[in-house]
Design a binder for this molecule. Structure first.
Ligand code: WQD
Length: 342
């Protein structure tokens, strides 16, 4: 009998790639998503990739009754991967209460509904934003959690604390994955990053500029204390990130976790500057990118990349795809988007 997993936010960028990997591993998947930042066609393309159609419920997870109804329909769910959240750093500064309400109420409802059916295994989508601008690099899981630079980052910090507090007095077991910068797309180019409106993130803005949807890329700041003056980030292929979720889930299902809550940095351990990403994109796509230097973006940290030793050794997980492959897959996805008649 296949084990059944609930994936909240499963039609989203990272969620959809994780659903594909779960199905590939033989799991039965239930997706709950409110489609506020994703599209229902993703379900069709997951089926095209895997040959299996996951259950899908359009659900407002900030509604406790609606959340409980999912578990009433599927009381055999044995694990939850919780992606559903708003994640635009800049937007969170403009709309803080929307972010606190959405990101925290949905998590509370999920944890309560899990407990009611006796499901104790939670993989949670956290973020390297909890570190702020680290004093030392690479950043470790034991590095200090600095005051969040945005309400979005604060919701991730608060969420981690909520999970730890609940796990401390219940049977809840959780693994918190602190993502660095997910980019790229599935090799099929049937799923990928699909921001609604003007992209906040670097890589979709690059690919949309290269294909002619945007006039030129603004590079936010070239006066940082970095080798080429532009910010440095740890970019990780979204499929490598998705695979880390399967490994974490199975660690919980097999009761191999060593603490009720475990935290892992999920990055590559390498940092690349914005200009290095642009150069890598040009060689991967054979397209010359139009860009200009612009003022720094408020809230950006200067540089961050992960120390991944703990995840590599403890999870036996390692990122396998390099920057060229990440950008080549992002470009293939952008080129294929035109054929998906959205
Ligand atoms: C990367 C670099 C920008 C756009 C993201 C997510 C956040 C979190 C961490 C999950 C920065 C520069 C960008 C542009 C640019 N992930 N840039 N021109 O800010 O690191 O945050 O990863 O929790 O949710 O948003 O990623 O892609 O926005 O920026 O120069 O048009 O690219 O200044 O240095 P960021 P990003």
């Amino acid at each position: 009998m296949a084990k059944k997993i609930l994936v909240t936010g499963g039609t989203g960028y990272i969620g959809s790639h994780t659903v594909v990997e779960l199905i590939n591993e033989g799991y039965e998947v239930v997706i709950a998503d409110n489609l506020s930042n994703s599209f229902a066609f993703v379900i069709d393309n997951i089926e095209k990739i895997t040959g299996v159609r996951p259950y899908f419920y359009k659900t407002e997870l900030t509604d406790a009754g609606a959340t409980k109804a999912i578990f009433d329909k599927h009381p055999d769910v044995c694990g939850v991967i919780h992606f559903a959240a708003l994640k635009a750093v800049g937007e969170s500064v403009e709309k803080p209460l929307l972010y606190y309400h959405n990101n925290l109420f949905s998590l509370i409802n999920i944890i309560q509904a899990m407990e009611e059916i006796g499901c104790h295994n939670l993989v949670f989508s956290s973020s390297c934003t909890v570190y702020g601008q680290p004093d030392e690099l690479p950043v470790r899981e034991t590095s200090p959690i600095l005051p969040a630079l945005s309400p979005y980052g604060n919701t991730k910090q608060i969420a981690e604390e909520m999970i730890k507090d609940k796990a401390g007095i219940s049977e809840l077991k959780a693994i918190l994955l602190r993502y660095f910068n997910p980019i790229g797309a599935h090799a099929s180019a049937l799923i990928g990053e699909l921001p609604i409106g003007v992209p906040n993130n670097l890589v979709p803005f690059i690919t949309q500029t290269a294909i002619g949807k945007r006039k030129e890329l603004s590079v936010f700041g070239n006066d940082y204390q970095t080798p080429d003056g532009t910010c440095i980030r740890d970019y990780i292929h979204v499929v490598d990130l998705a695979k880390a979720h399967i490994i974490s889930l199975e660690r919980l299902l097999d009761k191999r976790n060593k603490n009720s809550v475990e935290v892992f940095n999920i990055g590559t351990g390498k940092g690349y500057s914005v200009l290095e990403v642009i150069n890598a994109f040009e060689s991967a796509s054979k397209v010359k990118l139009q860009y200009k230097f612009a003022p720094r973006r408020q809230g950006d940290i200067e540089q961050i990349w992960a120390d991944t030793d703990y995840a590599n050794e403890e999870l036996k997980w390692c990122a396998e795809r390099n920057l060229f492959e990440m950008l080549e897959s992002a470009w293939k996805w952008e080129c294929n988007l035109g054929t998906l008649n959205l």
